[in-house]
Write a protein that binds this ligand. Sequence first.
Ligand code: SAH
Length: 272
Amino acid sequence: MNKPVNRHPFPGTPKRVGRVGAGRGFSAANSNTRISLPGRTLDVSAFAAPASHARPGNLGLNSDRLRAQMIQRLRNQGIQDERVLDAMMAVPRHVFVDEGLASRAYEDAALPIGQGQTISQPWVVARMISAMCENRVPVKVLEVGAGCGYQAAVLAQFVKEVHAVERIRGLYELARGHLRELKLQGRVRLSFGDGMLGLPNTAPFDAIVVAAAGIKIPQALLDQLAVGGRLIAPEGGAAQRLILIERTGPAAWHREELESVRFVPLRAGTQS
Ligand code: SAH
């Protein structure tokens, strides 16, 4: 837990703008520094083989090949943590999106999940989890902003205890259905509530990931981080950055600013 911290886990990785907004196109505030990916329209032949993670609503698609391509792209983008890459290979992202978007599930894009929210871009998920788990084996993790449950499912592949909170009732139920479908309901404890308050009765957490951007990282979350643990969250309004915080003592937190990003806003309270 207390290994020295590499402050630049992805040397040479250009600054990126990852759009995790409300699914209305992509903002590219730093588009000149954005890694450009081959723009690829997925062709239907990719879905022809028998499915390992098929479900009736999703064309019976075999997503293994597309997922392997996504993993290769993440490697090319500087993601090195094999636990994260293996986890993202194992989780069928298409299960988490609407049937009509299943063919786009393995693009490096945020996609709408309803209620004005999005499933996070694969690179963003990989980057956040890699940074917060670097040189660590977190046992108990909190995710604020479960959305459709994708990131929680990825975490559950290698973290023993994942706690995830969602403030919109409809999405909480959506996530619950997805996690049940993948038989992950035992590994992810999902709650409906305001994640800005954290889960004081379950804290401390070895790692905390926040999937929505607040103007300031809530102090309640910093307080619920174990000493030696890490929190990663987007911070800001129109301009946002990923912030990586490590709790270095009972009353000491080290803060580091990472890439520019674009997330949906962190909001207080719940919505039924
Ligand atoms: N983690 C998701 C991303 C969901 S988008 C994924 O795996 O793709 C961010 C989510 O944060 C939205 O569903 C939004 O409703 C939720 N959110 C925003 N503020 C919140 C809060 N205070 N508590 C819990 N969830 C919150």
